[in-house]
Write a protein that binds this ligand. Structure first.
Ligand SMILES: [Zn+2]
Length: 201
């Protein structure tokens, strides 16, 4: 892979190690890094361990070669209710709770389920509504597992790459933007033997 310095990880040594490891797991690759400052490393490239991850590897390659910088850090303030992370202004913020267990941290969200629909898009929008509105008479409580690696996939490989490619600004709704990130996340989850993040039942 070409050398670049476009993705930065900021944090303590252990935080950086956890994020780099999770990114390798999410992309089926060995990640190469270089120290680029105090509490900061740059991702300089990667080597594929698994060709089935080619779509996420191509996206990672785009981001590494991008003219923009992308920053990744643990941040309890900016990590959203959904999925333990957020993407904003080229910055991926990850919920520190995702550090709890290697590749296996989790917490709960609620999602709304009405009318017995099993339509995936409908369920996706319900998960957003449920998380924003909390529990209510029309909300069904369900457990969804979020891992550091799938949250990174969602925020960086999903939203981050959609930002890089210009798609993020063109989505007609928040749901459409979410669905795009959820699709690639579920693809990686499937490759790692996990169920879809938004349809556990
Ligand atoms: Zn999202």
């Amino acid at each position: 892979m070409p050398i670049g310095e476009k993705i930065y990880v900021v944090g303590t040594g252990n935080d950086i190690k956890a994020i780099v490891k999770a990114l390798g797991y999410a992309t089926g690759s060995k990640i190469y890094t270089k120290r680029s400052g105090r509490n900061r490393i740059s991702i300089t490239g990667f080597h594929s361990n698994n060709s089935r991850f080619s779509e996420v590897q191509n996206r990672l390659s785009d981001l590494i070669q991008s003219s923009e910088n992308f920053r990744i850090k643990f941040d309890s303030q900016n990590s959203a209710l959904l999925g333990g992370g957020s993407y904003e202004n080229h910055t991926v913020s990850l919920d520190p709770k995702l550090k709890m267990k290697k590749h296996n941290s989790f917490y709960y969200i609620h999602y709304e389920k009405r009318g017995g629909t099993n339509n995936l898009l409908d369920r996706v929008s319900r998960s957003i509504a449920g998380a924003l509105l909390g529990t209510g008479s029309h909300h069904k409580r369900d457990e969804v597992l979020f891992n550091l690696w799938d949250t990174l996939t969602h925020e960086l490989i999903g939203h981050g790459h959609d930002d890089y490619s210009g798609k993020l600004r063109k989505f007609e709704s928040r749901d459409a933007a979410e669905w795009s990130a959820i699709r690639i996340t579920n693809k990686v989850r499937k490759l790692r033997g996990k169920k879809n993040r938004d349809s556990l039942k």
